[in-house]
Design a protein around this ligand. Structure first.
Ligand code: NG6
Ligand code: CA
Length: 496
């Protein structure tokens, strides 16, 4: 007996303290910004062509009922990182120069990966806030991505349309000259600095609403900035910069499992495709920026293939929220759209409680492991944490996520039965094929962005199986279903 006991004990101890990482696949989540359900051509709902995403989608699982958690950016990103509904966190709204909205004690996707022996990185847009007091860009800023689980971060702090227009690497502004410190304000301009509002003659892109603060590279931004001249990014080179950073990162870490969160800036405003993509779509800068993003994804795919990493890397592609055309600049997105339909056959778009706010392109790919299929199960980005944890052997589970590892990575089994959807702090509810939108005050359509908000005086109830475009409100004629939906919705919203 004794002879067997000791090796067994050693074996048990080893498995608890040092986790084996040999067989663990790498993970890359490619997260686009404002890419619509109809913007990816494999979905066959629009006319824009995205051949590189299609190649991945057609050889992996292409989800037709895949959701972001919110119809705007920061809340969706918060939910993806934490597996927690954004409406539970009062600070999970669209951020502008805000502090970090993830508690550093909270479990996150990258932290889970780290516990499993992974190396972790974010390259691209962050938009979850930085620091815990007034931000000083001239010093190392903490907490940020590195304090919530990323070993390496190379980020745009908020969005491309907000100051400061600088990259940050591991908490520090890249290329900052200490003799030319950065000052940032979202309240008032710095004396003597031109703005989009007062100096239209300096602009290469005109603002439509908001976006009339400091001018960088001829583009007016949200907020005011002074100094940091050497650190300012080049907008047209941003896609190449993030792509090159991802390749560099992979080349450095590829011998051990890694998680890379590659968060593209496209096609969020300002849309500034590199000149080699200008005119590529025939739809103006928005279409061209999507073609550019598609190219980046193709380049990354090729890089993985060339380095024999494809077989052991799970690739996920999705978007943080639905599409918008005019989001604050005159950039011909509306005029040159032609017959393309960024929202596909769905109603609404970015900011909206209707389906196109949160139902987004949603693709999982794992060469040789995920058999190609179109999957109609309901899934959400909020489920990534639990599902990936389950796949790689972690017991960590989040508050609101479900373990859909079989659905995501095997194309087997059932997805969610119900899901709360969020748009600008308002919530809707999907259960089965039914969607409930509670009454909300406010305009039915935002005049500036020209998107239906989902606000209405009465309850709205839609059946997506019969009416995917949400044209027929069935609330009045289906009092029992309405009651059932309200009860299920209240149970989650009012639960702890
Ligand atoms: C809004 C901006 C919009 C966009 C959005 C964030 C105005 C008028 N509108 O406040 O242009 O930047 O914030 O988009 O300033 S998101 O995809 O990051 O949520
Ligand atoms: Ca977004």
């Amino acid at each position: 007996m004794r002879r067997f006991f000791i090796p067994l004990l050693v074996g048990v101890l080893c498995s608890c303290t040092t986790k084996t990482t040999d067989s663990k696949p790498n993970f890359i989540i490619i997260y686009a910004d404002d890419l619509g359900y109809g913007d990816v051509s494999s979905y066959d709902l629009g006319t824009l062509q995205t051949p590189n995403i299609d190649k991945i989608a057609n050889n992996g699982s292409r989800f037709t009922n895949g959701y972001s958690s919110s119809a705007t950016c920061s809340p969706s990103r918060y939910a993806l990182m934490t597996g927690t509904y954004p409406w539970r966190n009062k600070r999970a709204k669209i951020l502008t120069g805000a502090n970090l909205i993830i508690d550093t004690t909270e479990m996150t996707l990258p932290k889970m990966f780290k516990e499993e022996g992974y190396q972790t990185a974010i390259i691209g847009k962050w938009h979850l806030g930085l620091g815990d007091s007034k931000i000083n860009y001239n010093k190392k800023i903490s907490p940020g991505p590195n304090e919530v689980g990323f070993d390496f971060s190379y980020i745009m702090p908020d969005t491309q349309d907000r100051v400061p227009t600088v990259y940050m690497k591991n908490g520090e502004v890249v290329n900052l000259n200490p003799e030319d410190p950065i000052e940032v304000s979202f309240e008032k301009n710095f004396e003597g600095e031109p703005t989009g509002k007062d100096n239209p003659e300096l602009l290469s892109m005109m603002w439509h609403h908001g976006h009339n603060g400091s001018i960088v590279n001829g583009v007016p931004r949200i907020g005011f900035m002074r100094g940091g001249q050497d650190a300012k990014w080049s907008d047209i080179d941003m896609a190449d910069e993030f792509l090159n950073q991802t390749k560099k990162y992979i080349s450095e870490v590829k011998d051990k499992p890694f998680f890379l969160y590659y968060t593209l800036q496209q096609p969020h405003v300002p849309r500034t495709p590199h000149p080699r993509f200008v005119g590529a779509s025939g739809m103006g800068p928005r279409g061209d920026a999507i073609v550019e993003a598609d190219w980046c994804i193709g380049e990354l795919y090729n890089y993985l293939e060339e380095n024999s990493l494809l077989e052991n890397t799970v690739i996920i592609i999705s978007s943080d929220n639905g599409p918008v055309l005019n989001d604050g600049y005159y950039d011909e997105a509306v005029e040159k759209l032609g017959v393309h339909t960024p929202s596909g056959n769905l109603r609404g778009g970015k900011y909206s409680l209707f389906e196109a706010g949160t139902r987004v392109p949603f693709i999982t790919y794992w060469k040789g492991k995920i058999m190609p299929a179109v999957n109609d199960q309901m899934v959400s980005q909020i489920d990534f944490l639990n599902s990936i944890a389950s796949l790689i052997g972690s017991e960590i589970r989040s508050k609101d996520g479900e373990d859909l590892a079989n659905v995501f990575f095997k194309n087997e089994g059932r997805g969610r039965n119900q899901l709360i959807l969020e748009a600008q702090t308002k919530t809707a509810f999907r259960k089965g094929d039914w969607v409930l939108i509670p009454p909300y005050p406010g305009p039915e359509k935002s005049i500036n962005v020209n998107i239906e908000s989902g606000n209405a005086g009465n309850y709205q109830l839609y059946n997506l199986e019969q009416d995917i475009s949400q044209q027929n409100n069935l609330a009045e004629n289906n009092p029992e279903m309405l009651k059932e939906m309200i009860e299920s919705y209240d149970l989650i919203r009012n639960g702890d």
